[in-house]
Design a binder for this molecule. Structure first.
Ligand code: HEM
Length: 429
């Protein structure tokens, strides 16, 4: 609890607390958590292990094959709607698919899949989205050029302009009202059941989402949602906060990927080549997508994948009782020395060749029936955004030593403190 659960929750499961992320990086919380799980796995070969806790039944998963089983057998007998996830997400989206069950979940999940175009590597609105990406990345580069540096605050401002335009259309680029309200609700959600719900603020927020949904111009995600022929319990408005919320980690992953790419000259040259060759086809950039996946492997933005048993479940080691919480700690599996080759290095090409095989549990977007339905959209937007950034002036990561390139990469990479120097045009260093 002290080495794994508490530090992960302290960083902020729903909205990150920058000071805690900085502390985690300094005190190596994530390395310690993984080491604790390694020790547990060595001690208890029969996974999942049931923890002896006073108030609840909680299992912790330690073997990749068990991760695959649990995620494949979602939502029954392993529901996504675990008690703590419900308590947290109900602060701003009580009828979201992720915390719904039974028929309601099926209807809401299907809606998400349709709007986010989950089955397709390239979203069918790519032609409308990519110019938005180009404009916002271009604006960011201009700011960086004149400041001589690129830092998180500038990046996230441009990133969220892009997000609002893609979700609600161009007029929403600077619509901070909605994202500010969501930010407040998410801060409370970090405390799950320990903080009372602000029902009035939640209603105001959801009403504001509804207004924007009705007013959405064509060719944005909200207009697609508005055009869906939904059933009564689909709750379309409450599916949208998850997007706004989840674009936040997508921004973190993009900025970390930029750091990793610029710190690895070989990777930089492959990706620049791809960006140049595919200047007019940025909807599918396999190399850059692999780079984003690799940074999500090393620094997963959803470290805790939680499930709850809907009934007794038989395992070789015994019975997992109904209502038992199931805890999968992604950073442990993503760098599992028993299964993953070169677990601590930045090796994007591992995502390009399937023959590496192995029984890995690399689950940055989860897997199975509850895998992230926004996965392909995220990869399309993040890779396209990065393609513009690496094509621009040469960006040099400041204090690149903290990445320890060539050695073991750190367990935490504090995105808030990443900073790049803009080198003069034509510079080689
Ligand atoms: C780096 C970015 C992202 C990562 C790593 C990520 C990862 C995940 C993961 C791991 C889950 C499953 C959680 C669980 O099993 O408990 C999930 C669920 C979900 N994600 Fe993402 N996500 C990202 C961004 C997005 C974006 C931008 C959207 C929408 C535009 C999105 C839409 C969703 C939805 C709707 C669900 C709920 C699925 C369900 O109810 O079954 N995600 N995501």
């Amino acid at each position: 609890m002290a080495n794994v659960f508490v530090p992960t929750v302290a960083k902020g499961p729903i909205i990150r607390r920058p000071s805690m992320v900085a502390l985690a990086e300094k005190l190596r919380f994530d390395e310690r958590a993984a080491a604790t799980l390694r020790r547990l796995a060595a001690k208890y070969p029969a996974s999942p292990v049931l923890l002896r806790l006073p108030l609840r039944r909680q299992a912790i998963v330690l073997e990749p094959q068990d991760v695959h089983r649990i995620l494949a057998e979602t939502p029954d007998p392993f529901a996504t709607a675990s008690s703590e996830k419900k308590a947290a997400l109900a602060h701003f989206q009580p009828r979201n698919s992720l915390i719904s069950t039974g028929r309601e979940r099926s209807v809401r999940r299907a809606l998400q899949e349709q709007v986010l175009d989950s089955a397709s590597p390239v979203h069918h609105l790519a032609e409308s989205f990519l110019p938005v990406v180009a404009e916002e990345a271009g604006g960011l580069l201009q700011t960086a050029r004149s400041a001589g540096e690129l830092e998180w605050e500038d990046f996230i401002r441009s990133w969220y302009r892009m997000v609002r335009r893609i979700v609600f259309g161009d007029a929403a680029a600077d619509d901070h009202e909605l994202t500010d309200m969501l930010q407040q609700l998410r801060s409370d959600a970090n405390w799950a059941f320990l903080k009372p719900r602000k029902r009035r603020l939640r209603s105001q927020f959801l009403a504001a989402v509804d207004d924007r949904l009705r007013a959405a111009p064509p060719s944005c995600l909200a207009s697609m949602m508005a055009g869906m022929n939904t059933q009564d319990d689909a709750a379309p408005v409450e599916q949208i906060p998850q997007w706004l919320f989840a674009f936040d980690p997508a921004g973190m992953a993009t900025f970390r990927t930029l750091a990793a790419i610029t710190a690895h000259p070989e990777v930089l040259s492959w990706t620049v080549q791809e960006a140049t060759e595919k200047r007019y086809q940025r909807e599918y950039l396999p190399w850059l997508r692999a780079c984003v996946l690799e940074s999500l492997r090393l620094w997963p933005t959803t470290p805790m994948v939680l499930r709850q048993a809907t009934r007794d479940v038989a395992w070789d080691a015994g019975t997992m009782p109904a209502k038992c919480g199931v805890f999968i700690y992604a950073p442990f599996f993503h760098r599992d020395e028993r299964a993953v080759p070169n677990p601590h290095t930045y090796t994007p090409e591992r995502w390009l060749n399937d023959e590496d095989g192995g029984d890995w549990a690399l689950i940055p977007f989860s897997e199975g029936p509850a895998a992230c339905p926004g996965r392909h959209l995220v990869l399309m937007l993040t890779s396209a955004f990065l393609s513009h950034l690496i094509e621009g002036p040469r960006l040099q990561l400041e204090s690149a030593g903290r990445l320890n390139v060539g050695g073991n990469l750190p367990g935490t990479l504090n995105n808030y403190s990443l900073r790049f120097t803009v080198l003069p045009e034509g510079s080689q260093n």
